[in-house]
Design a binder for this molecule. Sequence first.
Ligand SMILES: O=C(O)CCC(=O)/C=C/C=C(\O)C(=O)O
Length: 290
Amino acid sequence: MTTSPTLHTEASTSRYARIKEQDLELQVHYNDTGGTGPVVVMLHGSGPGASGWANFNRNVQPLADAGFRVILLDCPGWSKSDPIVCTGSRSDLNARALKGLLDTLNIERAHLIGNSMGGHSTVAFALANPERIGKLVLMGGGTGGPSQFVPMPAEGIKLLQALYREPTIENLRRMIQVFVFDTSHLTEELFQARLNNMLSRRDHLENFVKSLEANPRQFPDFGPRLGEIKAPALIIWGRDDRFVPMDIGLRLLWGMANAELHIFSRCGHWAQWEHADKFNRMVLDFFTKD
Ligand SMILES: O=C(O)CCC(=O)/C=C/C=C(\O)C(=O)O
């Protein structure tokens, strides 16, 4: 008799942990599919109302079905994790939060998948904890710093910051229209879920604005240090990314010793969502083969 795979939902995988962040104690929310397989941690992007589940809901089940234990960390300042004002490097703050969670869960080593800010945070974690990482997937992020071709901040980032300052449905629609290449797949349900996430934590929205005022460069440029990362890295980008331009992916490819790059055409800033099936196949292949 064959057993059917467990269906993982946001509610069934929802967990909390307490971690130390410098002299603070924070509660962080995470999703965990459990199991004894190799661990994959997914780190979300920095948009208002983002969360691990919002960013990666099309990717959890295929990886869990393939035998991985999938963990989604909601970074401090997002979703059901505690609020925080970040006056330094947010990439490093998220990396410390991830270390705190892995320590709490007694996880020695994990593969990491980072989306946008999550990519920047993955690189920060890899630089600070090289012995704790397996393979890295960087998608639409991996380092702050300039694009060689696109004036910064990019169009999408301006819309993201406007939404933090004025969290209205109109501003949300403006930002989400720019996330993807093909807007015909955006449903009213998606807009409403994101709006609810966003408005249920106005403290997070206000703290992000305060953080930006204190330090406009929340995501430092790791360009000069990329060569220190020896772990295998799969870089995935959308050709039509209007948030973090595609040439940043080329900088990562040049900088890291053991990296490969895949660029999707007809794809914006959410490659893991817009091209979910191929993304999942590529990531599984990358994690399971030498
Ligand atoms: O400013 C940067 O470099 C990162 C921007 C970023 O993280 C945007 C991400 C947005 C999402 O993925 C989201 O809101 O879902």
